[in-house]
Design a protein around this ligand. Sequence first.
Ligand code: I3S
Length: 128
Amino acid sequence: STYVLDVSEKPSEKCGVLNVTKITEHGKKVRKNWASTWTVLQGSSLLFAKGQGSGTSWFGGNQSKPEFMVDLRGGSVEWASKEKSSKKHVIELKTRVGTELLIQSEIDTVINDWFRALSETINTHAWE
Ligand code: I3S
């Protein structure tokens, strides 16, 4: 049916508030700066917007602006080792261009859903 077609062809889309820090940029280690971050998965892009109003406003709203965006194509996700962070439920995201991010939520169901969504996105777009 049309409904089934629509669902299967829809780009992945997911959003929520996560704790995020960059740890590496272009292959170079950078200082951690954990921040509560409005995170949007759209197609093969992951977008981050810091700031008050996270969770209620979309980019373009006056309370949050897009700060950072990564291309998931060619990237990888894994659960971060204890050496990477003392926090629980931390995902380590590596991009093709050598940016590494840690993504965390205190809520295990939330972070498990993100892990699944990011893995699926990376697998879906692996050969682009
Ligand atoms: O990997 P690190 O250096 O132990 O990361 C911790 C630091 O970034 C720390 O801030 P300072 O720059 O003031 O030391 C943060 O408060 C901690 O949250 C970082 O470690 P966790 O284990 O929370 O990722």
